[in-house]
Design a protein around this ligand. Structure first.
Ligand code: XIL
Length: 299
C-alpha cells in the first residue's frame, strides 16, 4: 500500500497521529491526515484541564470534534489521557487526600463514560514513574499513595469496559530502571487481576538514540501478557539519520505480534511541540520527508 495507514492495516495495525481540532480547517493538515492515517489521538483536547475546567463541569467540545472527524473518515481513536501529573486544572492541583481521590475518580468516570465504546485504547495513567524506576512524586502519589494507579484502572474499566486500558510513559526506549519499574507494576497488576491491557511507549527520540534494547523491551512486555503500542513517536534530527531511527522503531513494532500500532506526535514539523527539532514525517509544507519513506517501507 502507498499510505502509512493502509500499509499498517495490511498487518492489522494502525498508524496514527496526534491531532489538534483547531487545525482541521487547514486543507493541507486535513488532507494529509485523511490520506495517510487510520487512527488519531488528541494532542491536548482530552486532557484533564481541557475536559473538566471546573469540578464536575465537563467540556467535551474539542474531543468530540476529533471523534466525529475520526468516525467520518473510518479512523480509530486513542484516548489520551485520563490521569497525569501535568495539565491538571488549577482546581485539582490544590486538593489533598480523599478530595483529590474523589476528583480523580470523578474525572475518569466523567470522561471515560462520555467516550465509552468509541475509544480503542485509553492512556489511563501517564508518566507515573521516575527515571530510577520508583514512583514519580506527583500530587497523586504523595496524596493517594501507591494504590492510586490501580484505582484509576479499575475506574476506567467500569466506565468503558470496551476500551483497552494502557499505562503510558517516556524514556522507556530500552531495558532500563524506569521500564523495569513499569514491568514490575504490570506483572503485579496481571497477577492480582487489576485490569490492564497495554503499555504505551511514548518514544520521544532524537538521532543517535540508543535503541539497542528497544525491541527486546517491547518483547518482554508482550510476553508478560499485554499489548504494546508506540504512542507519541517523534525523532529530533533530519535526513537519513532521522530516517534510520524511525525505521528501527517501526521494524521493532512490526516484529512483535502484540505491537498493535504506532502513533506519531503530530503531522507536520510546523505544529510540533518540538518544532525546532523538525521531528515529524512531514515538513512545514506537508512534503514527505526521508523518514516518511523509511516508515512506509518498514510497515
Ligand atoms: C504535549 C503537547 O504536545 C503540547 O502541545 C502541550 O503543550 C504539552 O503536552 N508526553 C505526553 C503528551 O504524554 O501529552 C505531551 O504532549 C508530550 C509529552
Amino acid at each position: 500500500a502507498d499510505t502509512l495507514g493502509a500499509s499498517a492495516a495490511e498487518s492489522g495495525r494502525y498508524f496514527g497521529a496526534a491531532i489538534a481540532p483547531n487545525y482541521l480547517g487547514e486543507a493541507g493538515y486535513a488532507d494529509t491526515l485523511n490520506a495517510e492515517f487510520n487512527s488519531i489521538v488528541a494532542e491536548n483536547a482530552m486532557k484533564w484541564d481541557a475536559t473538566e475546567p471546573a469540578q464536575g463541569q465537563f467540556d467535551f467540545s474539542g474531543g468530540d470534534q476529533l471523534v466525529a472527524h475520526a468516525q467520518d473518515n473510518g479512523m480509530e481513536v486513542r484516548g489520551h489521557t485520563l490521569v497525569w501529573h501535568a495539565q491538571q486544572p488549577s482546581w485539582a492541583q490544590g486538593l489533598t487526600g480523599d478530595a483529590l481521590r474523589g476528583a480523580m475518580l470523578g474525572h475518569i468516570d466523567g470522561v471515560a463514560s462520555h467516550y465509552a465504546g468509541q475509544i480503542s485504547s485509553w492512556d489511563v495513567v501517564n508518566e507515573a514513574f521516575a527515571e530510577d524506576g520508583t514512583r514519580r512524586q506527583s500530587n497523586l502519589q504523595i496524596e493517594l499513595g501507591d494504590a492510586w494507579i490501580e484505582e484509576a484502572f479499575v475506574a476506567a474499566d467500569a466506565a468503558d469496559p470496551d476500551a483497552k486500558l494502557c499505562y503510558n510513559d517516556y524514556n522507556t526506549d530500552g531495558i532500563n530502571a524506569k521500564s523495569d519499574g513499569i514491568y514490575d507494576m504490570v506483572a503485579d497488576f496481571l497477577a492480582r487481576g487489576v485490569p490492564i491491557d497495554c503499555v504505551g511507549f511514548q518514544s520521544h527520540l532524537s538521532v543517535g538514540a540508543d535503541l539497542s534494547t528497544y525491541q527486546a523491551n517491547l518483547e518482554r512486555f508482550a510476553e508478560l501478557g499485554v499489548d504494546v503500542e508506540i504512542t507519541e513517536l517523534d525523532v529530533g534530527g533530519e535526513g537519513s539519520a532521522q530516517a534510520d531511527v524511525y525505521r528501527t522503531v517501526t521494524e521493532a513494532c512490526m516484529a512483535i505480534e502484540r505491537c498493535t500500532g504506532i502513533t506519531v506526535w503530530g503531522i507536520t514539523d510546523k505544529y510540533s511541540w518540538r518544532g525546532e527539532d523538525t521531528p515529524l514525517l512531514f515538513d512545514d509544507n506537508y512534503g514527505k520527508k526521508e523518514a516518511y519513506q523509511a516508515v512506509l517501507d518498514a510497515l
